[in-house]
Design a protein around this ligand. Structure first.
Ligand code: UDP
Length: 238
């Protein structure tokens, strides 16, 4: 890695909606390709990269259950949505020449590898990008929790949470001109103030394992790499 790089293995968490671009549903391949290029710049620094992608651009369990579906079935549909997103990202990364493995928490051997921790670690050591799909494999969880869980298991040094804004604000910056961005904020403050970084179980899991969460803008070209190289705007939850 570059001298400026402080992290050698990171988890990148993005929502499913990040793959929609300006469309209202599903996948927007040019947007997937754009994000893949951001990942490539970090991969070129020698950083080992894990990824978790949500499924909200296709299906969310809570929405399904609100419309009368049985909750666990709806959640499994949400997990399957994350597998589709993972495959789209794998395709875009491999198009750039980056070896990528999709590793699913729900076995579907024809489509993705099963999750075997030591095997995944080996992929990372060989500089393959690992995309962890199907969340935790359990209903009632989210992909934020899956990202935190896998980041801990893979001994990632930080979670990079790519969002539409360049950090955590005290109120919604899209609605309030005087919203203030935090440079640093504690896990407990995020929980107490309901700052909406990730859901509470993910924040608690990160806190209990001292895993920093870096919230940054995925819309900023070069932003992901910039932070790893030592600059850029972001909030660190610690
Ligand atoms: N999901 C689940 N267990 C998990 C991860 C995800 O049941 O461990 C389901 C849940 O229904 C969720 C959906 O998958 O609504 C999509 O994930 P998420 O909402 O976290 O996606 P994002 O908001 O990041 O796009």
């Amino acid at each position: 890695p570059d001298k400026a790089t402080t992290y050698s293995r990171v988890m990148l968490k993005i929502s499913g909606e990040a793959l929609m671009g300006d469309t209202a549903f599903g996948l927007h391949p040019p947007t997937v390709q754009r994000i893949a290029k951001e990942v490539q710049t970090v991969h070129q620094m020698g950083v080992e990269i894990c990824m978790v992608i949500g499924g909200g651009n296709i299906f969310r369990g809570l929405q399904g259950s609100a419309q009368g579906m049985e909750r666990t079935t709806a959640d499994y549909m949400g997990m399957l949505a994350t597998v589709m997103n993972a495959l789209a990202m794998q395709s875009a990364l491999e198009e750039l020449g980056i070896h990528t493995r999709v590793i699913s928490a729900i076995t579907m051997n024809e489509v993705a590898e099963p999750y075997i921790r030591r095997r995944a670690v080996r992929h990372l050591e060989k500089k393959r990008v690992c995309i962890f799909a199907a969340g935790t494999g359990n209903p009632y969880f989210t992909t934020d929790t899956a990202a935190t869980l896998r980041a801990n298991e893979m001994a990632c040094e930080a979670i990079f949470k790519g969002t539409k804004v360049d950090g955590v604000y005290d109120k919604d910056p899209a609605k309030h001109a005087d919203a203030k961005r935090y440079d640093r904020v504690s896990y407990d403050e995020v929980l107490a103030q309901h700052l909406g970084v990730m859901d509470a179980s993910a924040i608690a899991l990160a806190r209990d394992n001292h895993l920093p969460i870096i919230v940054f803008s995925l819309d900023e070209p070069g932003g992901f790499k910039g932070i790893l190289a030592g600059d850029g705007t972001y909030t660190i939850v610690h």
